[in-house]
Design a protein around this ligand. Structure first.
Ligand code: HEC
Length: 304
């Protein structure tokens, strides 16, 4: 997780956490519901997906892992997939993306079990994974998911030990309130899992890629302060084709921004906007995102 995201979480704690914690009985109920849900076993079958050693498939997987799916970010599984940084989230707990190489959890999971984990947030034992952002990547169709897993299987083994993963009472309460997704399988199970078609530079494909933008820019992509975020936090801008958003932007303006972080007027964006990932996107992905953003309903800035 990005340090900035950590700030958001702390902001959410400030706004909601204190009042929630005041109501002791209610909190206990939330914690019990969380614990019960986390001990639930899901019988969702594992997708029939197998890794390949084909160089083109592995290369496609590397692109997805480092670009749109962002598995290898330093605060997630790390560049070498041997585990990320430990992100200390104050009263929420602490979190470390585990080692998923063949020297770590990768050795325990079959290809199909790994596919089920990524798509549905369900662990090998049938229970929910914690905090794995399956909702942002569960649109990857079978061949793309197979490519991701093929790349994961191709990285060198590492025996690096997994760091701490601990969620405290407040984190459990925020999960139950829908403010934070820790109980991943429960969240995935609330909606249909919709798979994208072949990558193409169209709005239809861009809609899936945009799932990775919604967390910051809002469900309607019109930006505005992230609920609960402290005032010091950079405010995500309006990505809809409105006067207060991207109306009048050409593809070249958009391309320059997501590739270099420089706005039309030359001003550099705050590093909160994850240029690290968007700059890895290929032309099909950038064109698809642009087409999608230009196709959505124009909304005034701040409609989240
Ligand atoms: C971690 C939060 C975060 C995520 C995820 C994110 N953004 Fe942003 N984005 C921001 C912030 C914050 C700004 C404003 C930065 C500033 O004002 O300097 C921004 C600015 C932008 C702008 C500039 C708009 C303008 O008017 O200059 C564009 C375009 C953009 N983001 C596109 C995207 C796209 C496309 C995605 C998904 C692929 C995405 N962002 C994902 C936080 C995020």
């Amino acid at each position: 997780m990005k340090p900035v995201l950590k700030k958001i979480l702390l902001g959410v704690v400030g706004v909601l956490g204190v009042s929630s914690l005041g109501a002791g009985g209610w909190v206990l109920m939330q914690v019990r519901a969380f614990d019960e849900s986390m001990s639930k076993t899901y019988d969702t079958p594992a997708p029939k997906i197998a890794a390949s050693k084909d160089a083109a498939v592995v290369a496609r997987g590397k692109h997805l892992v480092e670009g749109p799916a962002a598995c290898s970010s330093k605060d997630c599984h790390g560049k070498d997939l041997a585990g990320g940084n430990t992100v200390v989230m104050g009263p929420l707990g602490q979190f470390t993306g585990p080692n998923i190489t063949g020297g770590g959890l990768g050795a325990v999971y079959s290809d199909a079990e790994l596919a089920r984990l990524i798509r549905f947030g369900i662990k090998k034992d049938g229970r929910s994974a914690r905090f794995m952002p399956s909702t942002e990547v569960n649109w990857l169709p079978d061949d793309e998911l197979a490519a991701v897993i093929s790349y994961v299987r191709s990285v060198p083994n590492s025996d690096k030990a997994n760091g701490p993963l601990e969620f405290k009472t407040l984190a459990k309460v925020l999960d139950r309130k829908g403010m934070l997704v820790i109980d991943v399988a429960r969240k995935v199970a609330t909606g249909p899992v919709e798979l994208a078609g072949k990558p193409e530079p169209t709005a239809a494909y861009g809609r899936f890629l945009a799932k990775g933008c919604i967390g910051c820019h809002g469900e309607n992509l019109s930006g505005g302060p992230i609920p609960g975020a402290p005032p010091s936090m950079p405010v995500p801008l309006n990505l809809t084709p409105h006067d207060t958003g991207l109306k009048g932007w050409t593809y070249d303006d958009f391309d320059k921004l997501v590739t270099t972080g420089a706005r039309k007027n030359g001003k550099k964006l705050d590093p909160f906007m994850p240029i690290e990932n968007t700059s890895q996107m290929d032309e099909i992905e950038k064109k698809a995102l642009y087409a999608y953003l230009m196709s959505i309903e124009p909304r005034a800035f701040g409609g989240r």
